[in-house]
Design a binder for this molecule. Structure first.
Ligand code: AHR
Length: 514
């Protein structure tokens, strides 16, 4: 008893914070790498109700629209400030022949969307509709070229059509189709998942094709296209190794795709909403795998490209669950819960940490498909918990990533454990420091002592929290704000250089420190 008393007295004497279990030290003057804004990129495929119904309803629709784009969705996406949008797929890209999607809509051929539900694609949303959307959103365009069933010539023509300002055939065709000036296309993907739906290729075969396509992927206007090799499936490091060894000089980035599955695997992905703590824990744990996957792909790339010229683009990621009951299994329509918000936030923190190599990421997919930002039903729309996370993380875009040391308690479940807290910190040009924090423990709040090494803290502004009654809470068309950001006040300045924060259970917190 006497010893305990002495211990408690010494804690008071030294300040209880120094004994806190959860400490975060941020090295405010040690930032060396910028967080590319493109880490906050998106992906929109001709799949289910992403493009048709979700983004595009056509100018004659009863649903309020701006030249055919749904007004409510357009405005929500504009508010998100999407830096880059990938299109037209996905698996769809390697079946897409761009000339089907230009010219008078009534003359455009219909095709069957063989990968996604076997529905008839009328091509009413094509190159003009996509690139004009990018202009409305202020997003860079990331075009996925067809390698699986297309040709080099077809890709060259497409690039010329989109980007040439000269007196050449494809630019003339574009002008005849109503667009005088070329668009400002920045990124070109050389196929998609060429190891799978994009042609079932070996890495050696694909590497040769990648080099051929890349050498013709030139820009006919002002600047050079950023050429992206179709990257590995999850932990297929051999794919990355072969591409780097055979073709690193010919590309500017390699992709990689990783989807989080909370259930037992592709055959049993589990429900988006009906899950207990076991599937919650596993979902978060599987999401955190992204850290190791990036580290290992980066290590392979470092062997061939120590100067990190070639970027790693995680151009498809997110949680993939069973479809909502009663919906077309080929449409991949899933609800979006507080768990998904936590997966998005922990993953974005991971991308920020690896920003020296990871220079783009595109969550799948923007509207009505997989881990979407927005869901629609007839003329109604809701913002998902994941949408709110992207909004809260905005200030990291283009900011200097700050290194940190985090010592955190674990969240334990059934004899397994993962870190309860995740973080990223960045410094903006105006001197403000943005922190994004996650507490994945579904029941327990976490008290965190945050010390800023090399800078003082005047105050905290713009403090926001996203949490919910339960980890499977969702927004519905009748109640759209169950999971929505609120003002956060559970923090206090503990010294000139430190603050303490009480992170609620299952929460994402954003703090802007001055
Ligand atoms: O995003 C859905 C699909 O997942 C994409 O079309 C494909 O690239 C991946 O397998």
């Amino acid at each position: 008893m006497r010893i305990l008393k002495l211990f408690l007295l010494s804690m008071i004497a030294f300040g209880v914070e120094s004994f806190a279990q959860n400490n975060l030290e941020i090295y405010a003057n040690a930032g060396a790498h910028r967080i590319s804004k493109d880490i906050y990129g998106h992906f929109a495929e001709h799949l289910g109700r992403c493009i048709y119904d979700g983004i595009w309803v056509g100018p004659d629709s009863d649903i309020p629209n701006v030249n055919g784009y749904r007004k409510d969705v357009l405005e929500a996406l504009q508010a998100l400030e999407i830096p880059v949008l990938r299109w037209p797929g996905g698996c769809f890209a390697d079946t897409y022949h761009w000339k089907d999607g230009i010219g008078p809509v009534k003359d455009r051929p219909k095709i069957k969307n063989v990968f996604w539900g076997g529905v008839i694609e009328d091509n009413s949303f094509g190159t003009h509709e996509f690139l004009n959307l990018c202009e409305l959103l202020g997003s860079d365009a990331y075009i996925s070229a067809n390698v699986g069933s297309g040709t080099v010539e077809e890709m060259i023509d497409w690039i010329e059509y989109m980007t040439s300002d000269e007196d050449v055939a494809m630019a003339d065709l574009r002008r005849r189709n109503g667009r005088e000036k070329p668009w400002d296309v920045k990124f070109i993907g050389i196929g998609n998942e060429s190891w799978g739906c994009g042609g079932e290729m070996t890495p050696e075969h694909y590497a040769d094709l990648m080099k051929t396509y890349s050498s013709y992927a030139r820009l006919y206007g002002g600047r050079r296209l950023v050429r992206v090799g179709s990257g590995a499936n999850s932990g297929d490091y051999n794919w990355t190794r072969v591409l780097m060894e055979k073709g690193a000089r010919q590309v500017d980035a390699l992709g990689a795709h990783y989807y989080t599955i909370a259930g037992e695997g592709w055959g049993n992905k589990s429900s988006a909403t009906d899950f207990g703590e076991d599937l919650y824990f596993r979902g978060i744990q599987q999401g955190l795998r992204m850290d190791g996957l990036i580290a290992q792909h980066s290590a392979v790339m470092d062997q061939y490209d120590p100067g990190k010229r070639v970027g790693l683009f995680i151009d498809e990621w997110g949680i993939w669950t069973d479809v909502e009951p009663g919906t077309n299994p080929g449409f991949l329509y899933q609800q979006n819960s507080m768990r998904d918000a936590l997966i998005a936030a922990t993953t974005l923190n991971i991308f920020n940490k690896h920003c020296e190599r990871v220079r783009m990421a595109n969550i799948a997919q923007t509207v009505n498909v997989l881990q979407a930002m927005v869901l629609t039903q007839d003329d109604r729309m809701l913002l998902t918990p994941t949408y709110h996370v992207f909004n809260m993380f905005k200030d990291h875009k283009g900011a200097l990533m700050l290194p940190f040391h985090l010592s955190t308690e674990d969240y334990e479940f059934n004899g397994d454990k993962i870190p309860a807290v995740g973080v990223s910190a960045s410094l903006a040009g105006d001197g403000s420091l943005t922190l994004t924090l996650t507490n994945v423990n579904p029941e327990k709040k976490v008290d965190l002592e945050i010390s800023f090494m090399g800078r003082s803290v005047d105050g905290v502004e713009d403090a926001v929290v996203l949490t919910a009654p339960a980890v499977n809470s969702i927004n519905t068309f009748d109640k759209t704000d169950t999971v929505s950001p609120k003002k956060f006040s559970e923090f206090k300045k503990s010294s000139d250089h430190a603050i303490t924060v009480a992170l609620p259970s299952k929460s994402v917190v954003k703090l802007k420190v001055r």
